[in-house]
Design a protein around this ligand. Sequence first.
Ligand SMILES: Cc1cc2nc3c(=O)[nH]c(=O)nc-3n(C[C@H](O)[C@H](O)[C@H](O)COP(=O)(O)OP(=O)(O)OC[C@H]3O[C@@H](n4cnc5c(N)ncnc54)[C@H](O)[C@@H]3O)c2cc1C
Length: 471
Amino acid sequence: MAPSIWWIRRDIRLTDNPALHAALANGDGVIPLFILDPKLWRGRWFSQRRGNFLFSNLKSLDTELRKRGSQLIIRQGQPKQQLSALVQKFEVNAIFSEEDLTPYARERDSQIAETLPLNLVGNTSLHYPSSILKNDGTPYKVYTPFMRRWKEKPPPTPFDILSAPNHIPTPKGIASQPLPEISYNSDKTGFPPGEKTAQEILAAFADGPHAPIFSYQESQNRPDLNSTSKLSPYFRFGLISIRQAVTTAFSAIQAAKNDNQRNSAETWLNELIWREFFNYILYHYPNSLHQSFRKEFRDLPWINDEEDFSAWKAGRTGFPMVDAAMRQLVDTGWMHNRTRMVTASFLVKNLLIDWRWGEAWFMKNLIDGDPAANNGGWQWVAGTGTDAAPYFRIFNPITQGQKFDPSGKYIRRWVPELHSVPDRYIHTPWKMSPSEQQSAKCLIGTDYPEQIIDLQFSRQRTLDAYQKARS
Ligand SMILES: Cc1cc2nc3c(=O)[nH]c(=O)nc-3n(C[C@H](O)[C@H](O)[C@H](O)COP(=O)(O)OP(=O)(O)OC[C@H]3O[C@@H](n4cnc5c(N)ncnc54)[C@H](O)[C@@H]3O)c2cc1C
Protein backbone atom coordinates (compact mmCIF):
# COMPACT_ATOMS: atom_id res chain seq x y z
CA MET A 1 0.00 0.00 0.00
CA ALA A 2 1.03 3.58 -0.62
CA PRO A 3 1.07 6.40 1.96
CA SER A 4 -1.61 9.03 2.22
CA ILE A 5 -1.17 12.75 2.72
CA TRP A 6 -2.69 14.57 5.67
CA TRP A 7 -2.88 18.04 4.14
CA ILE A 8 -3.08 20.39 7.14
CA ARG A 9 -4.77 23.76 6.71
CA ARG A 10 -6.83 25.05 9.62
CA ASP A 11 -6.58 21.92 11.77
CA ILE A 12 -3.15 22.12 13.39
CA ARG A 13 -3.89 19.46 16.00
CA LEU A 14 -3.60 15.77 16.72
CA THR A 15 -6.58 15.47 19.09
CA ASP A 16 -10.01 15.07 17.51
CA ASN A 17 -8.76 15.31 13.98
CA PRO A 18 -10.94 13.21 11.61
CA ALA A 19 -8.77 14.02 8.56
CA LEU A 20 -5.65 12.70 10.29
CA HIS A 21 -7.52 9.58 11.42
CA ALA A 22 -8.79 8.95 7.90
CA ALA A 23 -5.27 9.35 6.52
CA LEU A 24 -3.94 6.86 9.08
CA ALA A 25 -6.67 4.34 8.36
CA ASN A 26 -6.28 4.61 4.63
CA GLY A 27 -2.58 4.62 3.85
CA ASP A 28 0.59 2.75 4.45
CA GLY A 29 1.99 5.68 6.44
CA VAL A 30 1.00 9.32 6.55
CA ILE A 31 2.73 12.38 5.16
CA PRO A 32 1.72 15.37 7.36
CA LEU A 33 1.97 18.28 4.96
CA PHE A 34 1.58 22.03 5.29
CA ILE A 35 1.81 24.15 2.14
CA LEU A 36 2.72 27.83 2.37
CA ASP A 37 0.46 29.12 -0.37
CA PRO A 38 1.78 32.45 -1.73
CA LYS A 39 -1.81 33.53 -2.44
CA LEU A 40 -2.51 33.52 1.31
CA TRP A 41 1.01 34.17 2.43
CA ARG A 42 1.26 37.43 0.51
CA GLY A 43 -2.46 38.13 0.03
CA ARG A 44 -4.23 41.37 0.92
CA TRP A 45 -5.15 40.12 4.36
CA PHE A 46 -1.81 38.71 5.30
CA SER A 47 -0.78 39.65 8.81
CA GLN A 48 2.80 39.19 9.97
CA ARG A 49 1.64 38.66 13.53
CA ARG A 50 -0.92 36.02 12.62
CA GLY A 51 1.68 34.45 10.33
CA ASN A 52 4.13 34.23 13.21
CA PHE A 53 1.50 32.64 15.44
CA LEU A 54 0.78 30.13 12.66
CA PHE A 55 4.47 29.27 12.20
CA SER A 56 5.00 28.89 15.96
CA ASN A 57 2.11 26.45 16.00
CA LEU A 58 3.50 24.51 13.06
CA LYS A 59 6.80 24.26 14.92
CA SER A 60 5.02 22.95 17.95
CA LEU A 61 3.08 20.42 15.82
CA ASP A 62 6.37 19.24 14.32
CA THR A 63 7.72 18.60 17.84
CA GLU A 64 4.63 16.53 18.70
CA LEU A 65 4.84 14.62 15.43
CA ARG A 66 8.49 13.77 16.03
CA LYS A 67 7.55 12.24 19.40
CA ARG A 68 5.29 9.92 17.39
CA GLY A 69 7.78 8.80 14.77
CA SER A 70 6.73 11.37 12.21
CA GLN A 71 7.60 14.91 11.14
CA LEU A 72 5.93 17.89 9.53
CA ILE A 73 6.70 18.39 5.85
CA ILE A 74 6.64 22.02 4.73
CA ARG A 75 6.34 23.01 1.09
CA GLN A 76 6.11 26.48 -0.37
CA GLY A 77 4.22 27.14 -3.58
CA GLN A 78 1.00 26.68 -5.41
CA PRO A 79 -0.92 23.88 -3.59
CA LYS A 80 -1.98 21.92 -6.67
CA GLN A 81 1.59 21.74 -7.99
CA GLN A 82 3.04 20.82 -4.62
CA LEU A 83 0.48 18.10 -4.04
CA SER A 84 0.89 16.67 -7.56
CA ALA A 85 4.65 16.44 -7.12
CA LEU A 86 4.34 14.56 -3.83
CA VAL A 87 1.57 12.27 -5.09
CA GLN A 88 3.71 11.23 -8.05
CA LYS A 89 6.99 10.88 -6.21
CA PHE A 90 5.67 8.84 -3.27
CA GLU A 91 2.82 7.07 -5.09
CA VAL A 92 0.35 8.57 -2.66
CA ASN A 93 -3.07 6.93 -2.81
CA ALA A 94 -5.17 9.66 -1.22
CA ILE A 95 -5.08 13.14 0.31
CA PHE A 96 -7.16 13.86 3.42
CA SER A 97 -8.06 17.34 4.66
CA GLU A 98 -10.49 19.09 6.91
CA GLU A 99 -12.74 21.25 4.73
CA ASP A 100 -12.13 24.99 5.00
CA LEU A 101 -15.44 26.75 4.29
CA THR A 102 -14.06 30.10 3.08
CA PRO A 103 -14.65 30.98 -0.60
CA TYR A 104 -10.99 30.89 -1.65
CA ALA A 105 -10.42 27.49 -0.03
CA ARG A 106 -13.56 25.96 -1.55
CA GLU A 107 -12.60 27.10 -5.04
CA ARG A 108 -9.01 25.88 -4.58
CA ASP A 109 -10.14 22.49 -3.29
CA SER A 110 -12.67 21.92 -6.04
CA GLN A 111 -9.97 22.58 -8.65
CA ILE A 112 -7.56 20.22 -6.92
CA ALA A 113 -10.20 17.50 -6.61
CA GLU A 114 -10.60 17.50 -10.41
CA THR A 115 -7.22 15.83 -10.88
CA LEU A 116 -6.01 14.64 -7.47
CA PRO A 117 -7.54 12.19 -4.94
CA LEU A 118 -8.55 14.86 -2.40
CA ASN A 119 -10.96 13.74 0.33
CA LEU A 120 -12.51 16.36 2.59
CA VAL A 121 -13.25 14.98 6.05
CA GLY A 122 -15.07 17.18 8.57
CA ASN A 123 -14.94 20.93 8.28
CA THR A 124 -14.21 24.14 10.17
CA SER A 125 -17.75 24.21 11.59
CA LEU A 126 -19.46 21.51 13.60
CA HIS A 127 -22.51 21.26 11.35
CA TYR A 128 -22.06 21.52 7.62
CA PRO A 129 -23.75 24.69 6.30
CA SER A 130 -25.99 22.88 3.82
CA SER A 131 -27.34 20.65 6.61
CA ILE A 132 -29.20 23.53 8.27
CA LEU A 133 -31.87 25.04 6.07
CA LYS A 134 -35.29 26.60 6.50
CA ASN A 135 -38.35 24.49 5.75
CA ASP A 136 -38.46 25.96 2.24
CA GLY A 137 -34.90 24.74 1.62
CA THR A 138 -33.26 28.17 1.66
CA PRO A 139 -30.54 29.27 4.09
CA TYR A 140 -31.27 31.22 7.25
CA LYS A 141 -30.30 34.88 7.33
CA VAL A 142 -31.14 35.55 10.96
CA TYR A 143 -29.16 34.15 13.87
CA THR A 144 -31.91 33.17 16.36
CA PRO A 145 -33.89 30.76 14.13
CA PHE A 146 -30.57 29.41 12.81
CA MET A 147 -29.42 28.79 16.38
CA ARG A 148 -32.68 27.00 17.25
CA ARG A 149 -32.42 24.72 14.24
CA TRP A 150 -28.73 24.12 15.00
CA LYS A 151 -29.68 22.98 18.51
CA GLU A 152 -32.23 20.51 17.14
CA LYS A 153 -29.40 18.48 15.63
CA PRO A 154 -28.02 15.69 17.85
CA PRO A 155 -25.20 17.14 19.96
CA PRO A 156 -21.77 15.50 19.93
CA THR A 157 -20.76 13.60 23.05
CA PRO A 158 -17.35 13.17 24.74
CA PHE A 159 -17.22 9.69 23.14
CA ASP A 160 -17.04 11.31 19.70
CA ILE A 161 -13.76 13.06 20.49
CA LEU A 162 -10.91 11.23 18.78
CA SER A 163 -7.72 10.82 20.81
CA ALA A 164 -4.38 11.92 19.47
CA PRO A 165 -2.66 8.93 17.80
CA ASN A 166 0.31 7.51 19.72
CA HIS A 167 2.24 6.62 16.61
CA ILE A 168 2.18 8.13 13.13
CA PRO A 169 4.32 6.23 10.64
CA THR A 170 5.81 8.53 8.01
CA PRO A 171 8.01 7.45 5.10
CA LYS A 172 11.62 8.50 5.59
CA GLY A 173 13.57 10.82 3.38
CA ILE A 174 10.90 13.34 2.38
CA ALA A 175 12.53 16.74 2.12
CA SER A 176 10.93 19.57 4.03
CA GLN A 177 11.52 23.26 3.39
CA PRO A 178 12.24 25.55 6.35
CA LEU A 179 9.56 27.70 7.91
CA PRO A 180 10.03 31.44 7.45
CA GLU A 181 11.92 33.18 10.26
CA ILE A 182 9.67 33.33 13.33
CA SER A 183 9.57 36.25 15.68
CA TYR A 184 6.61 35.59 17.92
CA ASN A 185 6.53 36.88 21.47
CA SER A 186 3.76 35.19 23.41
CA ASP A 187 4.55 37.30 26.50
CA LYS A 188 3.37 40.26 24.45
CA THR A 189 0.33 38.70 22.80
CA GLY A 190 -0.71 36.51 25.75
CA PHE A 191 -1.29 33.54 23.43
CA PRO A 192 1.38 30.84 23.76
CA PRO A 193 1.35 28.53 20.75
CA GLY A 194 0.50 24.84 20.71
CA GLU A 195 -2.35 22.42 20.89
CA LYS A 196 -1.49 21.64 24.50
CA THR A 197 -2.00 25.29 25.44
CA ALA A 198 -5.41 25.31 23.76
CA GLN A 199 -6.43 22.23 25.77
CA GLU A 200 -5.24 23.87 28.99
CA ILE A 201 -7.15 27.09 28.26
CA LEU A 202 -10.37 25.18 27.59
CA ALA A 203 -9.90 23.17 30.79
CA ALA A 204 -9.20 26.31 32.86
CA PHE A 205 -12.33 27.92 31.42
CA ALA A 206 -14.73 25.02 31.84
CA ASP A 207 -13.48 22.44 34.36
CA GLY A 208 -14.62 22.39 37.97
CA PRO A 209 -17.64 23.74 39.84
CA HIS A 210 -16.35 27.35 39.92
CA ALA A 211 -15.05 27.52 36.38
CA PRO A 212 -15.44 30.86 34.51
CA ILE A 213 -17.95 29.29 32.11
CA PHE A 214 -20.45 29.29 35.01
CA SER A 215 -20.30 33.05 35.46
CA TYR A 216 -19.84 33.94 31.79
CA GLN A 217 -23.27 35.51 31.40
CA GLU A 218 -22.66 38.28 33.96
CA SER A 219 -19.07 38.99 32.97
CA GLN A 220 -18.79 38.37 29.22
CA ASN A 221 -19.21 42.05 28.30
CA ARG A 222 -16.58 43.38 30.69
CA PRO A 223 -13.20 43.95 29.02
CA ASP A 224 -11.76 44.91 32.42
CA LEU A 225 -12.42 41.45 33.88
CA ASN A 226 -10.65 39.16 31.41
CA SER A 227 -13.51 36.71 31.78
CA THR A 228 -14.00 35.25 28.31
CA SER A 229 -12.24 32.09 27.18
CA LYS A 230 -9.70 33.80 24.86
CA LEU A 231 -9.80 30.70 22.70
CA SER A 232 -10.42 32.54 19.42
CA PRO A 233 -6.81 32.37 18.10
CA TYR A 234 -6.84 28.64 18.80
CA PHE A 235 -10.12 28.09 16.95
CA ARG A 236 -8.74 30.18 14.08
CA PHE A 237 -6.04 27.61 13.36
CA GLY A 238 -7.92 24.56 14.61
CA LEU A 239 -5.59 23.96 17.55
CA ILE A 240 -8.67 22.62 19.26
CA SER A 241 -11.73 21.22 17.55
CA ILE A 242 -15.02 23.03 17.61
CA ARG A 243 -16.60 19.64 18.37
CA GLN A 244 -14.60 19.41 21.60
CA ALA A 245 -15.60 22.95 22.60
CA VAL A 246 -19.27 22.28 21.91
CA THR A 247 -19.11 19.01 23.86
CA THR A 248 -17.54 20.88 26.77
CA ALA A 249 -20.33 23.49 26.68
CA PHE A 250 -23.01 20.77 26.72
CA SER A 251 -21.27 19.00 29.62
CA ALA A 252 -21.19 22.29 31.56
CA ILE A 253 -24.91 22.82 30.90
CA GLN A 254 -25.53 19.33 32.35
CA ALA A 255 -23.25 19.89 35.33
CA ALA A 256 -24.64 23.35 36.22
CA LYS A 257 -25.84 23.64 39.81
CA ASN A 258 -28.46 26.33 39.27
CA ASP A 259 -30.19 28.38 36.58
CA ASN A 260 -27.51 31.06 36.63
CA GLN A 261 -24.79 28.56 35.91
CA ARG A 262 -26.90 26.81 33.27
CA ASN A 263 -27.69 30.08 31.50
CA SER A 264 -24.04 31.04 31.54
CA ALA A 265 -22.88 27.81 29.95
CA GLU A 266 -25.70 28.09 27.43
CA THR A 267 -24.64 31.67 26.62
CA TRP A 268 -21.13 30.44 25.85
CA LEU A 269 -22.56 27.72 23.62
CA ASN A 270 -24.52 30.44 21.82
CA GLU A 271 -21.27 32.29 21.12
CA LEU A 272 -19.84 29.17 19.52
CA ILE A 273 -23.00 29.09 17.42
CA TRP A 274 -22.34 32.71 16.32
CA ARG A 275 -19.09 31.38 14.93
CA GLU A 276 -21.01 28.64 13.13
CA PHE A 277 -23.51 31.22 11.87
CA PHE A 278 -20.91 33.49 10.27
CA ASN A 279 -19.18 30.48 8.64
CA TYR A 280 -22.61 29.53 7.35
CA ILE A 281 -23.36 32.99 5.98
CA LEU A 282 -20.04 33.17 4.15
CA TYR A 283 -20.61 29.68 2.74
CA HIS A 284 -24.05 30.56 1.38
CA TYR A 285 -23.31 34.19 0.47
CA PRO A 286 -19.63 34.38 -0.51
CA ASN A 287 -20.09 37.83 -2.09
CA SER A 288 -20.64 39.35 1.34
CA LEU A 289 -16.86 39.21 1.68
CA HIS A 290 -16.58 42.09 -0.77
CA GLN A 291 -19.74 44.10 -0.42
CA SER A 292 -22.55 44.97 1.94
CA PHE A 293 -24.99 42.10 2.18
CA ARG A 294 -27.92 44.52 2.05
CA LYS A 295 -28.23 46.04 -1.39
CA GLU A 296 -29.69 49.31 -0.11
CA PHE A 297 -26.48 50.02 1.80
CA ARG A 298 -23.98 49.35 -1.00
CA ASP A 299 -23.67 53.01 -1.96
CA LEU A 300 -23.52 54.76 1.38
CA PRO A 301 -21.86 58.17 1.07
CA TRP A 302 -18.74 57.33 3.07
CA ILE A 303 -16.51 60.24 4.05
CA ASN A 304 -13.37 58.09 4.39
CA ASP A 305 -11.23 60.82 5.93
CA GLU A 306 -7.62 59.54 6.06
CA GLU A 307 -6.73 61.60 9.13
CA ASP A 308 -9.69 60.27 11.11
CA PHE A 309 -8.79 56.76 10.02
CA SER A 310 -5.19 57.21 11.20
CA ALA A 311 -6.36 58.54 14.57
CA TRP A 312 -8.67 55.54 14.98
CA LYS A 313 -5.92 53.06 14.07
CA ALA A 314 -3.46 54.68 16.48
CA GLY A 315 -5.93 54.90 19.37
CA ARG A 316 -5.85 58.70 19.38
CA THR A 317 -9.50 59.65 18.89
CA GLY A 318 -9.91 61.35 22.27
CA PHE A 319 -12.51 58.75 23.34
CA PRO A 320 -10.85 56.62 26.04
CA MET A 321 -12.78 53.36 25.48
CA VAL A 322 -12.08 53.45 21.74
CA ASP A 323 -8.43 54.38 22.22
CA ALA A 324 -7.79 51.69 24.84
CA ALA A 325 -9.20 49.00 22.57
CA MET A 326 -7.36 50.14 19.44
CA ARG A 327 -4.08 50.18 21.36
CA GLN A 328 -4.78 46.74 22.82
CA LEU A 329 -5.29 45.50 19.26
CA VAL A 330 -2.01 46.89 17.96
CA ASP A 331 -0.04 45.86 21.05
CA THR A 332 -1.35 42.32 21.42
CA GLY A 333 -3.28 41.27 18.32
CA TRP A 334 -6.49 40.70 20.25
CA MET A 335 -9.46 42.73 21.43
CA HIS A 336 -12.48 41.98 23.59
CA ASN A 337 -15.80 41.43 21.78
CA ARG A 338 -17.49 44.39 23.45
CA THR A 339 -14.75 46.76 22.39
CA ARG A 340 -14.67 45.27 18.87
CA MET A 341 -18.29 46.42 18.64
CA VAL A 342 -17.61 49.84 20.16
CA THR A 343 -14.58 50.60 17.98
CA ALA A 344 -16.26 49.31 14.82
CA SER A 345 -19.37 51.37 15.50
CA PHE A 346 -17.24 54.46 16.12
CA LEU A 347 -15.41 54.04 12.80
CA VAL A 348 -18.49 53.37 10.71
CA LYS A 349 -21.18 55.35 12.43
CA ASN A 350 -19.35 58.31 13.91
CA LEU A 351 -16.54 58.79 11.41
CA LEU A 352 -18.56 57.49 8.43
CA ILE A 353 -15.66 55.41 7.20
CA ASP A 354 -16.37 52.36 5.01
CA TRP A 355 -16.64 49.24 7.17
CA ARG A 356 -14.27 47.48 4.76
CA TRP A 357 -11.42 49.77 5.85
CA GLY A 358 -11.96 48.69 9.44
CA GLU A 359 -12.37 45.05 8.45
CA ALA A 360 -8.99 45.15 6.66
CA TRP A 361 -7.25 46.81 9.65
CA PHE A 362 -8.63 44.16 11.99
CA MET A 363 -7.51 41.40 9.61
CA LYS A 364 -4.04 42.87 9.53
CA ASN A 365 -3.75 42.94 13.31
CA LEU A 366 -5.88 40.21 14.84
CA ILE A 367 -4.24 36.92 15.71
CA ASP A 368 -7.70 35.40 15.50
CA GLY A 369 -8.44 37.31 12.25
CA ASP A 370 -10.95 35.12 10.46
CA PRO A 371 -12.68 36.11 7.21
CA ALA A 372 -16.12 34.84 8.27
CA ALA A 373 -16.26 36.11 11.87
CA ASN A 374 -14.57 39.40 11.06
CA ASN A 375 -16.73 40.18 8.05
CA GLY A 376 -19.83 39.06 9.96
CA GLY A 377 -18.90 41.22 12.94
CA TRP A 378 -18.22 44.31 10.83
CA GLN A 379 -21.38 43.99 8.77
CA TRP A 380 -23.39 43.35 11.93
CA VAL A 381 -22.12 46.56 13.51
CA ALA A 382 -22.43 48.56 10.27
CA GLY A 383 -26.03 47.41 9.93
CA THR A 384 -25.30 46.20 6.40
CA GLY A 385 -25.21 42.44 7.05
CA THR A 386 -27.58 39.51 7.27
CA ASP A 387 -28.52 39.50 10.91
CA ALA A 388 -27.40 43.04 11.49
CA ALA A 389 -27.90 45.43 14.33
CA PRO A 390 -30.48 47.90 13.03
CA TYR A 391 -28.74 50.72 11.16
CA PHE A 392 -29.95 53.29 13.72
CA ARG A 393 -28.23 51.47 16.61
CA ILE A 394 -25.12 53.52 17.31
CA PHE A 395 -22.93 52.63 20.27
CA ASN A 396 -22.06 55.61 22.43
CA PRO A 397 -18.39 55.11 23.38
CA ILE A 398 -18.80 57.12 26.60
CA THR A 399 -21.78 55.26 28.03
CA GLN A 400 -20.35 51.93 26.81
CA GLY A 401 -17.20 52.70 28.78
CA GLN A 402 -19.15 53.72 31.88
CA LYS A 403 -21.19 50.53 31.75
CA PHE A 404 -18.56 47.98 30.85
CA ASP A 405 -15.37 49.45 32.33
CA PRO A 406 -16.88 51.26 35.30
CA SER A 407 -13.68 52.00 37.20
CA GLY A 408 -11.61 52.64 34.07
CA LYS A 409 -9.25 49.75 34.81
CA TYR A 410 -9.18 48.65 31.16
CA ILE A 411 -8.69 52.22 29.92
CA ARG A 412 -5.83 52.90 32.33
CA ARG A 413 -4.09 49.70 31.29
CA TRP A 414 -3.93 50.64 27.60
CA VAL A 415 -3.87 54.44 27.71
CA PRO A 416 -1.14 55.25 30.24
CA GLU A 417 -1.52 59.02 29.85
CA LEU A 418 -4.95 58.67 31.50
CA HIS A 419 -3.52 56.72 34.40
CA SER A 420 -3.95 59.42 37.05
CA VAL A 421 -7.22 60.83 35.78
CA PRO A 422 -9.82 60.62 38.58
CA ASP A 423 -12.50 57.94 38.18
CA ARG A 424 -15.26 60.46 37.57
CA TYR A 425 -13.49 61.78 34.46
CA ILE A 426 -11.97 58.59 33.12
CA HIS A 427 -14.56 58.32 30.32
CA THR A 428 -14.77 62.08 29.72
CA PRO A 429 -11.27 63.48 30.45
CA TRP A 430 -12.00 66.69 28.49
CA LYS A 431 -14.38 67.67 31.31
CA MET A 432 -11.46 68.18 33.71
CA SER A 433 -10.72 71.79 34.55
CA PRO A 434 -7.23 73.07 33.62
CA SER A 435 -6.05 72.60 37.22
CA GLU A 436 -7.50 69.08 37.37
CA GLN A 437 -5.65 68.30 34.14
CA GLN A 438 -2.45 69.60 35.74
CA SER A 439 -2.80 67.43 38.81
CA ALA A 440 -3.72 64.36 36.69
CA LYS A 441 -0.62 65.07 34.54
CA CYS A 442 -2.86 64.88 31.51
CA LEU A 443 -3.28 68.05 29.49
CA ILE A 444 -6.01 67.57 26.92
CA GLY A 445 -4.72 68.47 23.47
CA THR A 446 -1.11 67.94 24.63
CA ASP A 447 -0.78 64.65 26.52
CA TYR A 448 -4.06 63.16 25.34
CA PRO A 449 -5.94 64.20 22.17
CA GLU A 450 -9.10 66.23 22.06
CA GLN A 451 -12.17 64.38 20.75
CA ILE A 452 -11.85 64.14 16.97
CA ILE A 453 -15.60 64.30 16.41
CA ASP A 454 -18.76 65.53 18.05
CA LEU A 455 -20.84 62.47 18.93
CA GLN A 456 -24.26 64.04 18.52
CA PHE A 457 -23.50 65.70 15.23
CA SER A 458 -21.87 62.59 13.74
CA ARG A 459 -24.69 60.38 14.94
CA GLN A 460 -27.27 62.50 13.14
CA ARG A 461 -25.09 62.67 10.02
CA THR A 462 -24.99 58.86 9.90
CA LEU A 463 -28.70 58.45 10.48
CA ASP A 464 -29.36 60.86 7.61
CA ALA A 465 -26.93 59.02 5.32
CA TYR A 466 -28.47 55.61 6.05
CA GLN A 467 -32.01 56.93 5.74
CA LYS A 468 -31.21 58.50 2.40
CA ALA A 469 -29.63 55.26 1.16
CA ARG A 470 -32.74 53.31 2.17
CA SER A 471 -35.08 55.61 0.35
C1 LIG B 1 -16.13 43.90 14.39
C2 LIG B 1 -15.87 42.48 14.89
C3 LIG B 1 -14.85 41.74 14.33
C4 LIG B 1 -14.61 40.42 14.79
N1 LIG B 1 -13.60 39.69 14.22
C5 LIG B 1 -13.36 38.42 14.62
C6 LIG B 1 -12.34 37.64 14.02
O1 LIG B 1 -11.65 38.07 13.09
N2 LIG B 1 -12.14 36.37 14.51
C7 LIG B 1 -12.89 35.86 15.51
O2 LIG B 1 -12.66 34.71 15.91
N3 LIG B 1 -13.89 36.56 16.07
C8 LIG B 1 -14.15 37.83 15.67
N4 LIG B 1 -15.15 38.55 16.25
C9 LIG B 1 -16.01 37.89 17.26
C10 LIG B 1 -15.58 38.01 18.72
O3 LIG B 1 -15.27 39.34 19.04
C11 LIG B 1 -14.40 37.13 19.09
O4 LIG B 1 -14.62 35.82 18.62
C12 LIG B 1 -14.22 37.06 20.60
O5 LIG B 1 -13.99 38.34 21.12
C13 LIG B 1 -13.06 36.14 20.93
O6 LIG B 1 -12.84 36.12 22.31
P1 LIG B 1 -12.97 34.78 23.15
O7 LIG B 1 -12.26 33.67 22.46
O8 LIG B 1 -12.58 35.10 24.54
O9 LIG B 1 -14.54 34.52 23.04
P2 LIG B 1 -15.58 33.81 24.00
O10 LIG B 1 -16.49 34.87 24.50
O11 LIG B 1 -14.96 32.91 24.97
O12 LIG B 1 -16.42 32.95 22.94
C14 LIG B 1 -16.01 31.64 22.54
C15 LIG B 1 -15.82 31.57 21.05
O13 LIG B 1 -17.05 31.82 20.38
C16 LIG B 1 -16.78 32.44 19.13
N5 LIG B 1 -17.43 33.76 19.12
C17 LIG B 1 -17.75 34.53 20.18
N6 LIG B 1 -18.40 35.64 19.78
C18 LIG B 1 -18.46 35.56 18.42
C19 LIG B 1 -19.00 36.41 17.42
N7 LIG B 1 -19.62 37.55 17.71
N8 LIG B 1 -18.87 36.03 16.14
C20 LIG B 1 -18.27 34.87 15.80
N9 LIG B 1 -17.74 34.03 16.71
C21 LIG B 1 -17.84 34.37 18.00
C22 LIG B 1 -15.28 32.61 19.03
O14 LIG B 1 -14.77 31.53 18.29
C23 LIG B 1 -14.85 32.57 20.49
O15 LIG B 1 -13.51 32.16 20.65
C24 LIG B 1 -15.42 39.87 15.81
C25 LIG B 1 -16.44 40.65 16.37
C26 LIG B 1 -16.67 41.93 15.92
C27 LIG B 1 -17.78 42.74 16.54
